[in-house]
Design a protein around this ligand. Structure first.
Ligand SMILES: *Cc1c(COP(=O)(O)O)cnc(C)c1O
Length: 381
């Protein structure tokens, strides 16, 4: 059967079986090294497990199928996968990155990547004119997109930015952690590489730190990234790789449940007397809604932020009052999380101090709404 739908590919993790036992779940391979043939060849194709662990294969193959890519690589974390892309560039290369993006990567770009000679401009990536104005012909090698982007859920038009970047010979990499392959396939919109903090939705159970890259085609940049993983050794352990495959089997129902719940929660609190603003791409009033509706299918994600009318103290108090929501950082797990984002990001954050970031899990929507209602109720307006 050709052209299986992504739901079926994910549910069966491509239907791989363990040839030795006929198990429907592949084993975890722990061997660090592999036997050399007596004539000195390595016909098995594997020499050493730093970047050749067989447990990586299934997770990488599933992800390549879901993203419509040529190949994927697992990394030890989302940060390891993201930084590998920048490490593949050369000193003097120019990069465009968004002002609104995952804070830890922004800090690394500012404090480390620039020391290694990368020239980086942080721009409003949701403005095609800003991208056109900032691009430096021949010098700009990479445009980094995150959409929806932490923590304001800013939407970038992937197809349009790819058109602009490619016209100037720059590649485009998309951090699609929040959208997941369920809602958006950046490679099909023209992106060259898609990145995931697999720690979040792909694994989905808040018990693995992992990152991934998937490429549209094989090329020298991809081979360089491959070498970087092999030589710097920022690899995932086999147990984590196996857990990631297990997590991806339920990716579609998890993401769809979270999306439907997030949409209902956003609509419920949009007109709440104690809420100044609900920031969610699924609300027609949201700035990036039209672009999101064009490039995301089946939902607008499980992430949103709410701004509390009475200010920072009330926002922190609201987070202190929840019972069902868990007060913690991270996102994309089955349990719902709430966080006062400015406290985490510190100086340089684009997050207003009255902002709470919500990662909607798969609990009953009514329970999540009731819990937030009572938490808001307790705060002095
Ligand atoms: C969490 C996250 C990262 C970093 O992933 P880690 O696995 O924590 O290193 C990168 N981008 C986004 C959008 C994230 O949410």
């Amino acid at each position: 059967m050709k052209n299986k739908s992504p739901e079926s590919i994910a549910a069966q993790a491509l239907g791989w079986i363990d040839e030795k036992t006929k198990g429907v779940v592949e084993p975890i391979y722990t061997s660090t090294t592999f036997i050399r043939d007596s004539d000195n060849q390595y016909r098995s194709g594997r020499v050493y497990a730093r970047d050749q662990n067989p447990t990586f294969d299934q997770a990488e193959a599933v992800l390549s199928a879901l993203e419509g890519g040529h190949a994927s690589l697992l990394f030890a974390s989302g940060m390891a996968s993201a930084t590998a892309v920048f490490q593949a560039l050369a000193p003097g290369d120019h990069v465009l990155a968004p002002k609104v993006m995952y804070w830890s990567l922004r800090n690394w770009l500012k404090n480390f990547a620039t020391h290694w000679g990368l020239l980086i401009d942080f721009i409003d990536m949701d403005s095609p004119d800003a991208v056109r104005a900032a691009i430096r012909p021949k010098l700009t090698k990479l445009v980094w997109i995150e959409t929806p982007a932490n923590p304001l859920w800013t939407i970038t038009d992937i197809a349009l930015i790819c058109e602009i970047a490619h016209a100037h010979g720059a590649m485009v990499v998309v951090d699609s952690t929040v959208a997941t392959p369920v809602l958006s396939q950046p490679l099909k919109l023209g992106a060259d590489i898609v990145m995931h903090a697999a720690t979040k939705y792909l694994n989905g159970h808040s018990d693995v730190i992992a990152g991934t890259l998937t490429t549209r085609e094989d090329n020298p940049t991809w081979q360089r990234i491959r070498s970087i993983r092999a030589q710097l050794g920022g690899v995932l352990g086999p147990f984590e790789a196996w857990l990631l495959t297990r997590g991806m089997r339920t990716l579609y129902p998890r993401v769809r449940t979270a999306c439907a719940s997030a949409q209902a929660i956003a609509e419920h609190f949009a007109a709440h007397p104690r809420v100044a603003e609900v920031m969610y791409p699924g609300l027609p009033s949201f700035a990036g809604h039209a672009v999101a509706a064009k490039q995301m299918t089946g939902g607008f994600g499980g992430m949103m932020s709410i701004r509390i009318k009475a200010g920072e103290g009330a926002a922190i108090a609201t987070a202190a009052n929840v019972q069902l929501w868990k007060r913690a950082t991270s996102l994309g797990g089955v349990e719902s999380l709430i966080e006062h984002r400015a406290s985490v990001e510190g100086p340089g954050t684009p997050a207003p101090t009255d902002l709470l970031r919500l990662s909607v899990g798969i609990e009953a929507t009514g329970d999540l709404i009731d819990d937030l209602e009572q938490a808001l109720e307790m705060v002095v307006a």
